[in-house]
Design a protein around this ligand. Structure first.
Ligand SMILES: Nc1ncnc2c1ncn2[C@@H]1O[C@H](COP(=O)(O)OP(=O)(O)OP(=O)(O)O)[C@@H](O)[C@H]1O
Ligand SMILES: [Mg+2]
Length: 502
């Protein structure tokens, strides 16, 4: 009888120890998973603190005080054992004890988060065919509003969750933005947010944010509207798969810039036969170039204009051009569908010569033009070294990346997969400057609104109140003995248009 009850007690004890070990390893596992090189310093400080604390206990008086506070742990026998220990052995044992406890302590927050999300998912009572429920395996706090939860969900597909989005939203208390399978289809990724971006933002909602010259709106972020001064970038890339919103974004940037100041000249290289940029053609301070030949000629003339500006700056000991003070306009070179201008074809060698020239000129311009008040905006679907030279990519300060359909696409523009995880919302993108990445809803300006804005600008530029300094850079080839900076007479503008195909 007695043997039986002793066996039962031992069994219970072993089960309890087993459970405790299970919890210890579970929590420690989360601690270890979180462990990164950058968190090493924090961990080291923590261990060091524990080591010092434990070392202080190598003192008889301290142990006596401890026995008063924790009499069950510091019994006479324990105290006698500890004081007999050599200091080094004592120190090593307690340091190992510190390390032993550091991992669960480190992983406790993560463990608590996972358990909380598990409880929320359990509310849905979703089960696979064999009765096993989904298991939360990872929770990543993306920023102050967004969380990514990864679920091991064998036998429960994405469709079953999408069908329960409303239930999920109420169980989690957060908006479910994205539900998609991971690379390993046994796992499913949920993107949750406490605050969501609108699916459309009108250009006019953001307009009042652009009050400073040369400033435009990037879009609405969770932290409010973002604006950008082109001078501080100094060059920008707009990327994303077809239909993501590149051209709409590009055009609203140009309208904002044109409205923000008088002293601006735009050279728009649109090799898709000028379809996108056609509405800008009526403005006296805008030139639209539609052919490779025209693009190379204008890039050459702009490069000469840059050199002329540097000579001026050297003569007047200036660090950079101030459009108001020096009465020289800022220049924006905009290239829509940059890959058409910069990608060589396998067969057409005469076209390839032009492309090579355009690549070299762009490279020279992008390296030096900031001080001369010349900025580049490039829009493209794909970013590879074949479409945009790596030297050009290195000099781009701001990147607006709309949805990308491939990991490689997102990686080449942003260096991470943020553009791949974007929800399927037109005009939704990631604005990247340096190491900062912000999700934004870009302003929407319809074609009718664009036409209206541009015709108002045309009328304003006809009055003496809105005039740019000029002259515009020529669209025609300039002979070496000719002054490169020729005022574009109506005749010349006509001939500029002649460069484009019928
Ligand atoms: N910011 C936005 N908000 C809402 N809808 C938008 C926004 N931007 C674009 N769209 C919608 O998406 C459509 C495609 O946009 P856009 O032409 O700018 O795409 P794109 O990226 O330039 O495509 P492509 O690579 O084919 O030229 C637009 O006609 C418009 O209806
Ligand atoms: Mg486009």
């Amino acid at each position: 009888m007695k043997n039986n009850s002793t066996n039962k007690t031992a069994e219970k004890l072993f089960t309890a120890i087993g459970k405790l070990c299970g919890i210890y390893f579970d929590i420690s596992y989360h601690g270890l998973k979180k462990f990164e090189v950058k968190s090493f310093k924090l961990w080291f400080n923590f261990i060091f603190f524990l080591m010092v604390t434990f070392s202080l206990t190598y003192n008889y008086d301290f142990l006596v005080i401890s026995s008063k506070v924790l009499p069950f742990a510091f019994t006479q026998g324990v105290i006698a054992f500890l004081v007999k220990m050599p200091w080094l052995f004592y120190f090593i044992s307690f340091s190992l004890l510190g390390i032993f406890f550091s991992f669960p302590l480190y992983g406790l927050r993560e463990y608590k988060k996972i358990k909380a999300y598990q409880k929320d998912f359990d509310f849905l009572s979703m089960k696979a065919g064999n009765g096993s429920p989904p298991k939360v395996i990872r929770v990543v706090e993306v920023d102050e509003f967004k969380t990514k939860v990864i679920l091991k969900s064998e036998g429960i597909g994405v469709d079953r969750y999408t069908g329960k989005t409303n239930d999920l939203t109420s169980a989690l208390g957060q908006i479910v933005e994205v539900i998609k399978p991971c690379k390993n289809p046994k796992f499913i990724e949920f993107h949750l947010t406490t605050k969501s971006l609108p699916s459309k933002v009108s250009y006019y909602e953001c307009e009042e944010e652009n009050i400073r010259p040369y400033t435009f709106t990037i879009g609405e972020s969770l932290g409010g509207f973002l604006t950008q001064d082109i001078a501080t970038l100094p060059h920008m890339l707009i990327a994303g798969t077809t239909g993501g919103g590149k051209s709409v974004f590009f055009k609203q940037v140009l309208v904002s810039l044109l409205k923000s100041t008088n002293n601006l000249q735009l050279y728009l290289l649109d090799l898709k036969k000028g379809v996108e940029m056609r509405p800008f053609e009526d403005l006296p301070n805008v030139r639209v170039i539609k052919t490779e030949e025209g693009a190379v000629t204008v890039l050459k003339n702009l490069k000469d204009e840059m050199d002329r500006r540097f000579t001026y700056m050297e003569k007047h000991k200036l660090k950079e051009i101030d459009p108001k003070k020096h009465k020289i306009d800022k220049i924006i070179i905009g290239v829509d569908e940059a890959s058409v201008l910069y990608t060589k074809s396998k067969s057409n060698s005469s076209k390839n010569r032009l492309i090579e020239e355009a690549r070299e000129l762009t490279d020279e311009l992008i390296k030096l033009s900031r001080a001369a008040g010349i900025h580049l905006i490039l829009a493209t679907q794909k970013v590879t070294k074949e479409t945009i030279d790596t030297k050009v990519q290195e000099n781009i300060g701001g990147r607006m990346c709309f949805k990308m359909n491939t990991l490689q696409g997102s990686m080449t523009v942003l260096g991470n997969k943020k553009a791949l995880s974007l929800p399927d919302v037109k005009g939704r993108g990631i604005w990247a400057t340096g190491n900062k990445f912000v999700e934004v809803q870009a302003p929407f300006l319809s074609e009718d609104e664009l036409e209206g804005e541009l015709s108002a600008l045309v009328s304003e530029l006809k009055t003496k109140y809105k005039t740019f300094h000029g002259p515009m850079v020529s669209l025609k080839e300039v002979k070496p003995d000719q002054d490169i900076n020729i005022i574009d007479t109506p005749d010349e503008k006509e001939s500029g248009e002649d460069l484009s195909p019928e």
